[in-house]
Design a protein around this ligand. Structure first.
Ligand code: GLC
Ligand code: CA
Length: 575
């Protein structure tokens, strides 16, 4: 018998035998990873803390708040892009990948920030924006200069003598047209996002090498991971097929995970990711569960963690179905039950506020529902991501005047709606609820002017409720959302079962509550959540009389599954 095969069989046998004694899965050592056990805190640098009074958050501002970040108990920070950028899309249009945006500071500030995080045992994950660059990047300037430029093939060009290119939908273009005509060389270039965000041509090995070198540059500086922005779109079908009418309603079905994407990811893994102890997570996951799984199946050597959108897309202005919510999260857990790894999140910089979308931001329920959602995020399997300000229960600003909005997508869509004589009332209503500027208003540090964010004039208005909702007020209140968040983070760190344990949905047809267990190595935890503003009962059939309460957002939590409005109670069950 082949020796390797024999050794493997023995290992499997040992694993099976040792598992037979236990009721639940044992985590193999090699499967444990720091990034699976991490709690990720997402910082939107522009809005976090302004140190020099120009109204824009900056790296020195983040540095001044490192002790606050540490006090949360989070173990990794994901920073939205901080590279040089003309800021057409708040840094998602990079003009120099090896430099820091002037608004944010200098490379020396960055080094200090990284050192300060590491000194506190917090990892740093950078946003990697390489589906596109800025049109002000040197590569694009060269590429556009002539048809024979050595950089021409760094981007996608369609020469005008071929006629108009087959339609492609752009998210941030006033005409939704992803092809932009450039007079200089009489050709169109492709931009899935804004005109100032031309798409890079990943078919070109030189582009791939440039990106891998950039990644190595940051890894050599000591960063701990990458979040790959819009990467599902990086590979294109460059035979440029004509898509059926109406394709734009479901454009990601046509754009995402085109041929070669997995090849690019494998190459990235081989060239960069495998050489460093870094986490890697791609925004979006393609069209199917299988796509998502293939990206992060450890045996395929691509990425480490998936970040599927389905969960974050559930909330609508008119509300959402708890049954649907449970189905989606249970489905995704199931996809990754044996292999691969998942992110768990309900908010980020592209969504409006957590409590306003998924909870209830009315004064009577804001705290309770924030705490309930926190409990959910921190007790699911997968790596939890928490967006800055949600730990205070910050709410949507809901600006009613278009002049208060800064978001590129909103401003171009506003113009588009005017051009097509759209329903502006409806547009504004949707924007008030869903616009991502809602989560980009300045962090509410205290009740002083501009919420303690800046001594200058903030680049975007502060939410007026900062006088009551702010970190300073919550620090001193043991029952605040902030202090609850800290407790819930600690609970996760103290209980490996919450990271790796098997997830089982209970009382699945209950339209109001969400109940599940997590199990690992004989330890069993029960999570009971009420998603409603009225009392509701979770019928789990579990006797709670001997259960130990681990955390609750009520002083007198449920003892029999009947839950108060937005109640969240977590128990350790006795065997
Ligand atoms: C991603 C980012 C978003 C950005 C877009 C274009 O979706 O999360 O903020 O606008 O990519 O880079
Ligand atoms: Ca500043």
């Amino acid at each position: 018998m082949n020796k390797v095969f024999f050794a493997l069989t023995c290992l499997v046998l040992i694993a099976v035998l040792s598992c037979q004694n236990k009721k639940t899965v044992t985590i193999n050592q090699p499967d444990r990873k720091w990034w699976k056990e991490a709690v990720v805190y997402q910082i939107y640098p522009r809005s976090f803390k302004d140190a020099n009074g120009d109204g824009i958050g900056d790296l020195k501002g983040i540095i001044s708040k490192l002790d606050y970040i540490k006090s949360l108990g989070v173990t990794a920070v994901w920073l939205n892009p901080i590279y040089s950028s003309p800021n057409d899309d708040n840094g998602y249009d990079v003009s120099d990948y090896r430099n820091i945006m002037t608004d944010f500071g200098t490379m020396a500030d960055f080094d200090e920030l990284l050192k300060g995080l590491h000194a506190r045992d917090i990892k740093l994950v950078m946003d990697l924006v390489v589906n596109h660059s800025s049109d002000e990047h040197d590569w694009f300037k060269q590429s556009r200069s002539s048809r024979t430029s050595p950089y021409r093939e760094y981007y996608h060009w369609w020469n005008a003598e071929r006629g108009t290119p087959p339609p492609r939908y752009s998210l941030f273009d006033v005409n939704h047209d992803a092809w932009r005509y450039d007079l200089l060389t009489k050709a169109y270039y492709l931009h899935y996002f804004s005109r100032k965000q031309p798409d890079l041509n990943w078919e070109n090995p030189k582009v791939r090498k440039e990106v891998f070198d950039i990644m190595k540059f940051w890894c050599d500086k000591g960063i701990d991971g990458f979040r790959l922005d819009a990467f599902g779109f990086a590979a294109k079908d460059t035979t440029w097929p004509v898509y059926p009418k109406g394709y734009e309603k479901d454009f990601s079905k046509y754009y995402a995970l085109q041929p070669h994407l997995h090849d690019y990811l494998k190459e990235m893994n081989q060239e960069v990711l495998s050489k460093y102890d870094v986490m890697s997570v791609a925004e979006g996951t393609g069209n199917t569960n299988e796509d998502a799984h293939n990206m992060v199946d450890a045996d395929r050597h691509e990425l480490g963690m998936a970040y599927p959108f389905e969960g974050v897309d559930i909330a609508k202005p008119e509300g959402y179905s708890v049954l649907h919510f449970k189905q989606v999260f249970s489905k995704w857990d199931n996809v990754f039950a044996d292999k691969g790894w998942l992110s768990v999140f309900l908010a980020n910089h592209d969504q409006s506020r957590l409590v306003s979308r998924y909870g209830n931001d009315k004064p009577a329920f804001r705290e309770l529902s924030s705490k309930m959602l926190t409990t959910f995020i921190l007790t699911m399997r997968g790596t939890p991501y928490y967006y800055n300000g949600d730990e205070l229960g910050m709410t949507n600003a809901g600006f009613t005047d278009i002049k208060d909005y800064r978001d590129k997508a909103t401003l171009t869509e506003y113009q588009h709606q005017i051009n097509i004589k759209g329903d502006m009332k409806l547009f504004m209503k949707t924007t008030e609820f869903a616009c991502r500027d809602n989560s980009r208003t300045p962090f509410q540090w205290d009740g002083t002017a501009n919420s303690g964010f800046s001594t200058g004039n903030p680049w975007i208005k502060v939410n007026q409720n900062y006088t009551t909702i702010n970190a300073a007020a919550q620090e001193s209140d043991p029952n605040s959302i902030l202090n609850y968040f800290r407790k819930a983070v600690k609970l996760r760190h103290d209980n490996l079962v919450l990271v790796y344990g098997k997830y089982t949905l209970l009382d699945s047809e209950n339209p109001d509550t969400y109940a599940y267990t997590r199990e690992l190595d004989g330890k069993k935890i029960l999570v009971l959540l009420n998603f409603r503003d009225h009392a509701a009962a979770a019928k789990t059939g579990i006797d709670l009389s001997k259960a130990k309460l681990l955390i609750s957002n009520y002083n007198q939590p449920s003892s029999d599954g009947s839950l108060k409005p937005y109640e969240a109670s977590v128990f350790e069950l006795q065997n």
